[in-house]
Write a protein that binds this ligand. Structure first.
Ligand code: FUL
Length: 452
């Protein structure tokens, strides 16, 4: 924290407070494509699934890895049906056990009784993702509690060899997750992150890379599913590294940050990241997951929801039911945009790059011609040209005067507002403060599902 305060001060001195339009940080195309996915899925699966732990210590025997009815296609189909656009598998968690038959260690599925050592979880998940048309990504923990080389300089080469296997043998990879976590008892180890990142760029140029501080996607700063009420995709990361950053700063970002590194909200459908039968009654309901959607996607972030496979190698029934509820509630709420066909076409054409420019304090009136009733509002900026809105006001016409519906801060990729029911034939949006004229790409007004 102290370190961060100093960094913020330095950054403030270095950057002059007003950033010129042409200097506004902008996403690269792979970051825009990533953000449009909105909901992606994490699959935490390893020896922990069989020991009941959250962090294995690396001494687990591969013999315990024996999913009795592993079904990648069934799991990926569930994800696809629930609207998830990518699945990210824990290829190796902190315990060091590899879900693919790595050539560089025997601590892998090849030493397990599962499929007589002939199985490959990563391959089956990657293939199922291709079959069902969703993207594929993997998590490869740098902290490895099993590997003997860990803590010596040769570990970086070992890790890169594993990374190379995963980047070359499983088709297109869309996200690589570099976890910054390590226990207090971990040996000292200086990771060659620059080398890791270079390898990903070289072998899978379309993949985004996650770590606490990017380079492409940052951590949202908590595991409870809450992006900052204000959430900038811009940030400064000078002096920070995976595992060394202030979570509060990551949560909101920095309006004057000079890097575009949007926040990813990772949270589990269960209390733990791995499956534990004693948590079967604590699975987040569809309604709770929808709440998380508003607090992540609706705050300029992306929801990375973890659904852990059971020892059978499938999702638990309760999880599947709740995922189904989650998506059906969202579909019900967002199926009819009441502004469609009533306002300028580019505001509801679902294209970020066709936008209406809003200058500060120049209200945009949206006239629906006849009364509509809504309790959800949506705004999107054309983030291709950067994130610009600082604060804005939404008002509605009550027949006599403009009434405030809400005042809100950042928009970015998406801002969702939950409001009391408003009946009106006209609303107006006023940008109160912006870094540059706001390119308003999309607006939406919806009536929420009664199940929310
Ligand atoms: C953390 C890990 O320590 C947890 O086990 C989990 O993988 C979570 C997504 O990241 O840093």
């Amino acid at each position: 924290m102290k370190k961060h305060a100093l960094l913020t001060l330095l950054a403030a001195v270095v950057a002059t407070s007003s950033i010129e339009a042409q200097d506004l940080p902008k996403p690269d195309p792979r970051q825009v494509e990533w953000q449009k996915l909105e909901t992606t899925a994490f699959l935490h699966f390893t020896v922990n699934t069989f020991t009941g732990k959250e962090w294995g210590d690396g001494t687990e025997s591969p013999q315990i890895f024996y999913p009795t009815d592993f079904d990648a296609r069934k799991m990926v189909k569930t994800l696809k049906d629930a609207g998830f656009k990518m699945a990210i598998i824990t290829a190796k968690h902190h315990d060091g056990f590899c879900l693919w038959p790595s050539k560089y260690t025997d601590h892998t599925v090849a030493s397990s009784p599962w499929k007589n050592g002939q199985g490959d979880v990563v391959k089956e998940i990657a293939e199922a993702c291709r079959e069902y048309g969703i993207k594929f990504g993997f998590y490869l923990s740098p902290w490895d509690r099993h590997e003997e080389q860990y803590g010596t300089p040769s570990y970086n080469a070992f890790y890169k060899n594993q990374l190379r296997e995963l980047l070359t043998n499983y088709g297109e990879v869309s996200e690589v997750w570099f976890d910054g976590a390590k226990g207090e008892d971990a040996k000292d180890m200086e990771y060659d992150f620059d080398g890791y990142w270079q390898l990903v760029r070289e072998l899978q140029p379309k993949a985004v890379m996650f770590s606490d501080v990017g380079p492409d996607v940052r951590w949202v700063g908590n595991e409870s599913g809450n992006a900052g009420e204000t959430c900038w995709s811009t940030i400064d990361t000078v002096g920070m590294a995976p595992g060394v950053a202030d979570p509060k700063y990551l949560n909101v970002g920095d309006p004057d940050g000079n890097l575009w590194i949007p926040a990813e909200t990772d949270v589990s459908i269960r209390p733990g990241w791995f499956y534990h039968p004693e948590e079967d009654s604590k699975v987040k309901s569809g309604k709770q997951l929808v709440d998380l959607y508003y607090k992540s996607v609706g705050r300029n972030s992306l929801l990375l929801l973890n659904i852990p496979p059971t020892p059978k190698g499938q999702f638990a029934e309760q999880d599947v039911r709740n995922l189904h509820d989650f998506r059906s509630i969202l579909d019900e709420t967002f199926k009819t945009n009441l502004a469609s066909g009533k306002v300028k076409k580019q505001l509801t054409d679902q294209q970020l790059t066709t936008a209406v420019t809003l200058k500060e304090k120049q209200p945009l009136v949206l006239d629906f011609k006849k009364e509509i009733a809504f309790d959800r509002a949506m705004f999107q900026e054309n983030i291709v040209e950067g994130q610009r809105n600082v604060t804005a006001l939404l008002e509605y016409w009550d027949g006599k005067a403009w009434q405030k519906a809400d005042e809100f801060t950042t928009i970015g990729y998406k801002r969702l507002l939950r409001l009391p029911l408003i009946k009106t034939s006209r609303v107006r949006v006023t940008v109160l403060e912006a870094k540059q004229p706001v390119q308003l790409a999309e607006v939406g007004f919806f009536k929420a599902s009664a199940r929310e």
